[in-house]
Design a protein around this ligand. Structure first.
Ligand code: NDP
Length: 507
């Protein structure tokens, strides 16, 4: 029997010498028969898996979700019943930077949660902002190209970002949050998390409610200025990872208050905005916060690669009592996230220990890369079968979603106007005022009011920092693009456009 202290090959063969390669004399050459050396080099070549296209740099920890309030009127989900405690994994991330990027950059932060419930995994894959840059997933790959490196220079490219945003008025709300104080959280513990999309909750009577999920930091919101983050990055590129890891090691467990907003089907029909539009929030005054519970993180992973790099979150993972909504961005992510993990980790990525549900997963998916369990299925390897294999259970049926009369089309929200993108390349589009005249008066779609509400919430000092952050980011961007964007800011609030213009001149 080999001692547990003896080094072996991956096949368990003991290794007698792990210092010197096998050679035909002290000066070489090497022999092909040195399998130990070949295996070692081959493994080194394979130690990286494809980096996530977005959200590549992340930090994670385990915790528990405790339900302290009764929301059973809205949902039958076991994980959300009063008194329930559910183990979970959280992964925070920046969006644009690569796996080695500095943590303290101005960027949206991912806030991805996996709850290991008794009814399968529930993944809530949100951000630290309640809204997003685009409302239609058709634009998502283009948007991400603008955040990544220029194909020729291999540099990050402010012109691409502002060019795209200046054609995309629906980005104004998220752009305003990104360049506000909250655009650089001090640590991952000092920011909120939002499910961002509208989801649905279904109660025992089969009634569906629309819902927004919020996680409010109990550490308080704390942020950094551009100057503070530059200084920090100069001596610590891993500030978020270090802070989260050390806080948990020293038992200073971070906590968030878990709240929801609810909208009935009737309210959604008469809401003055599209409640399934990811560029919009539901005003707190109209849809008040409802307390649900507490999220606490209390355990660091033992192995970063196995448990955080290989963690795979997907909004497709929902449990009975929690479901989807008509949000187009959500529907695209339901496909796209699981697909990304099949590419990044392999077909059976849900079987990796960090992703595996704590309850049995009973599927008829069969072979493929990394099928490493031994499913005891006998002759029940297809469905339906006569051999007692798992079967569907109609008690889990969801109530139908009333869609009314449906006309399939490629909808832009306001069909009465041409989208600024449709006219791009046209010199006249330096200034977007005229285009939006029609749009605002039509009243069908409004990309400006909520961004303006946020702008007007800010104190004078916050506004000044917003202007300066935007002006710094726009440095070197061609003037036509700057002008187009300024006319959008003016639509949000004249003081917003004027403030950014003045800061640009100061630049
Ligand atoms: P309220 O006055 O009821 O809501 C104000 C909310 O704004 C706060 O609760 C806080 O959200 C959030 N907020 C404050 N400062 C900032 C900032 N610098 N960056 C981002 N968010 C901030 O008004 P409304 O509900 O009508 O919202 C007004 C604006 O506030 C929205 O357009 C949106 O930009 C922003 N907001 C609204 C949220 C919502 O769910 N209604 C959530 C987050 C932002 P929080 O409590 O989540 O920290």
């Amino acid at each position: 029997m080999i001692s547990p202290k003896t080094l072996t090959t991956t096949a368990g063969n003991p290794i007698a010498n792990n210092q010197d390669s096998l050679t035909a004399g002290p000066r070489g050459p090497l022999l092909l028969a040195d399998y130990q050396l070949l295996e070692k080099l081959a493994h080194q070549n394979r130690e990286r898996i494809p980096e996530r296209t977005v959200h590549a740099k992340g930090s994670g920890a385990y915790g528990v979700l405790s339900i302290t309030h009764d929301i059973s009127a809205y949902t039958k989900a076991d994980v959300l019943q009063p008194g329930k405690k559910t183990e979970c994994l959280v992964r925070f991330s920046t969006v644009a930077g690569e796996a080695g990027a500095a943590d303290a950059e101005r960027d949206v932060r991912g806030f991805a949660l996996k709850f290991y419930t008794e009814e399968g995994n529930w993944d809530l894959v949100g951000n630290n902002t309640p809204v997003f840059f685009v409302r239609d997933p058709y634009k998502f790959p283009d948007f991400i190209h603008t955040q990544k490196r220029h194909p020729k220079t291999h540099l990050r490219n402010a012109t691409a970002m502002w060019d795209f945003w200046s054609f995309m008025p629906e980005s104004l709300h998220q752009v305003t949050i990104l360049f506000s104080d909250r655009g650089i959280p001090l640590t991952l513990r000092h920011m909120n998390g939002y499910g961002s999309h509208t989801y649905s909750l279904i109660n025992k009577e089969g009634v569906r409610f629309w819902v927004k999920f919020h996680f409010k930091t109990l550490q308080g919101i704390k942020c950094m200025t551009n100057e503070e983050s530059s200084e920090l990055i100069g001596h610590d590129r891993e500030s978020n990872q270090r802070d989260l890891f050390n806080a948990i090691e020293s038992k200073d467990f971070p906590r968030w208050k878990f709240q929801i907003q609810i909208m009935t089907q009737e309210q959604s029909a008469s809401a003055p905005f599209n409640p399934f539009d990811l560029t919009k929030v539901w005003p707190h005054g109209d849809y008040p916060m409802i307390d649900v519970g507490i999220l606490e993180l209390h355990r660091n992973p033992e192995n970063y690669f196995a448990e955080i790099e290989q963690a795979a979150f997907s909004p497709s993972n929902v449990v009975p009592g929690i479901s989807f909504s008509p949000d187009k961005m959500l529907q695209a992510r339901i496909f796209s996230y699981a697909d990304a993990h099949r590419h990044r980790l392999g077909t059976h990525y849900e079987m990796l220990p960090v992703n595996r549900p704590k309850c049995p997963a009973q599927t008829y998916h069969r072979d493929g890369a990394m099928r490493f369990d031994e499913p005891k299925i006998g002759d029940a390897y297809y469905e339906p079968n006569s051999f007692g294999g798992p079967r569907e259970d109609p008690t889990y049926s969801e109530p139908p979603e009333p869609l009314g009369e449906v006309t399939v089309d490629r909808y832009h929200e306001d069909r009465s106007m041409s989208h600024p993108c449709c006219a791009y390349g046209n010199e006249a589009i330096k200034n977007t005022e005229q285009l939006f005249e029609q749009k605002t008066s039509a009243g069908e779609i409004d990309d400006f009011t909520q961004a303006g509400a946020l702008f007007r919430l800010m104190k004078e000092e916050e506004k000044k920092r917003l202007f300066s952050n935007i002006a710094q980011s726009m440095r070197g961007v061609p003037q036509t693009i700057q002008e187009r964007q300024l006319s959008l800011f003016r639509r949000v609030d004249p003081a917003y456009g004027d403030g950014v213009e003045a800061a640009l001149k100061l630049n």
